[in-house]
Write a protein that binds this ligand. Structure first.
Ligand SMILES: Cc1cc2nc3c(=O)[nH]c(=O)nc-3n(C[C@H](O)[C@H](O)[C@H](O)COP(=O)(O)OP(=O)(O)OC[C@H]3O[C@@H](n4cnc5c(N)ncnc54)[C@H](O)[C@@H]3O)c2cc1C
Length: 369
């Protein structure tokens, strides 16, 4: 039976929109607590296309199970390169994921825990008792007592909950052939990469090469990428430029806000849970998604939707302070980036996680990084 033929309309305890790391983690946690769960994703194939640089801290394996096949390689350190040619290395044990496989495994775990999944299925609007979904050109109503919006950056569910579009950076990324193996990630700052940075992340025989900027600079990205690739050749990172893939997308970079609205919860990028400075969002998507799914199921078991607010408290406790501190640093970064009287290198040292100066304003901000 094809996806379009499988009946999904009906009534569920929880409807999860989006089968990325946040949605699959939420669906799994809720199903494990005995809730009936439907997870829908507009993509025909979970995890594809990949729109990610695929780096996660190794600590992620404490919170989510995935097979070693999802790891393209391990990474030991991060080297930050400043425009004055100086470089700084810090420990940064990480995994370079095969993100498409990772997302697929997480979705499979949700299904194995009892959740139902429907791909090629887009949530299109609210209905009085749930959502209207569209698949195979047809609209259907799905009833649900709780809706978890895990539909990524520019989330429709967040919009239906009344939120304005969140602040983002925009990134362009190429996958290139990597002639020499390397076990660190490189980060490059330049005034041209306004409000963000460029990266070179090794993945075995290939590398993810990307540049992020504030949205107003998006049209510059192709030229910036050309210049960056040429510089990488000059730096002997690669012998010649061989591009085997192109991707990109928006990354949330805002101060985290409200995530529970009546019976609606937001998780992952839909909740703006990526780090405002680094753009890393996979770990928080997994953590937040797990909390959202568990708490949604608990609320239904108690018959008390007020309990959903526990989610807001738990994610703030787990990673809210680090996001707020990152947002505080981002404000300073964007405000001072083009000021002629500001020393650019000092600004980066104060606003990038690879320098100890980043952590120094804790007391002033009243936040912890
Ligand atoms: C270029 C780039 C590089 C990045 N690099 C990194 C990195 O190296 N490390 C890191 O930690 N983070 C990185 N990120 C951020 C990371 O990719 C996200 O934070 C992460 O994917 C968030 O997971 P999620 O589950 O919230 O959302 P997503 O992974 O975006 O999943 C959302 C899902 O919702 C589906 N969907 C959307 N709308 C609907 C709808 N209406 N109906 C049904 N389904 C819908 C989408 O198809 C998608 O599958 C990067 C992002 C970009 C753009």
């Amino acid at each position: 039976m094809s996806t379009a033929e499988m009946p999904i309309a009906g009534s569920y305890d929880i409807l999860v929109v989006g089968a990325g790391p946040a949605g699959s983690s939420a669906a799994r946690a809720a199903a494990q607590k005995g809730a009936t769960v439907l997870m829908v994703d507009r993509r025909q194939r979970i995890g594809l296309p990949v729109q990610c640089a695929e780096f996660v801290p190794q600590a992620i394996s404490r919170y989510v199970g995935f097979s070693s096949k999802c790891i393209a390689q391990t990474v030991e350190t991060m080297i930050t390169h400043l425009p004055d040619q100086r470089s700084y290395e810090m420990k940064s044990p990480g995994f370079m994921l095969d993100r498409s496989l990772f997302d697929k495994e997480l979705a499979a775990s949700a299904v194995l825990s009892g959740a139902k999944i429907s791909t090629g299925t887009r949530a299109v609007e609210f209905s009085p008792e749930g959502l209207v979904i569209e698949r195979g050109g047809k609209h259907e109503s799905v009833r649900a007592r709780v809706i978890i919006g895990a539909d990524g950056v520019r989330s429709s569910v967040a919009q239906w909950a009344g939120l304005p579009p969140g602040r983002t950076t925009i990134a362009l990324q190429y996958e290139v052939v990597l002639p020499h193996p390397q076990n660190h990630v490189d980060i490059y700052f330049r005034k041209d990469y306004e409000g963000a940075y460029a990266w070179f992340f090794p993945k075995g025989k290939t590398a993810n090469v990307g540049i992020g900027v504030i949205p107003q600079r998006t049209p510059l990205l192709p030229n910036l990428m050309e210049g960056f690739l040429n510089r990488l050749v000059d730096l002997k990172k690669m012998g010649r430029i061989e591009v085997i893939g192109k991707t990109g997308g928006a990354i949330p970079c805002e101060k985290p806000g409200q995530t529970v609205f009546g019976n609606i919860m937001l998780a992952g990028d839909a909740a703006g849970h990526a780090h405002p400075i680094t753009g890393a969002g996979i770990l928080n998507a997994v953590l937040g998604g797990k909390m959202a799914g568990r708490i949604a199921a608990e609320s239904l078991a108690k018959g008390d939707l007020n309990h959903l607010c526990q989610y807001e408290m738990e994610w703030r406790e787990a990673f809210g302070a680090s996001l707020s501190y990152g947002a505080f640093k981002r404000d300073s970064l964007e405000e001072n980036w083009n000021k002629s009287d500001i020393d650019f290198e000092s600004l980066i040292r104060k606003t990038w996680v690879g320098f100890k100066e980043y952590y120094k304003d804790r007391r002033k901000s009243g936040l912890k990084p």
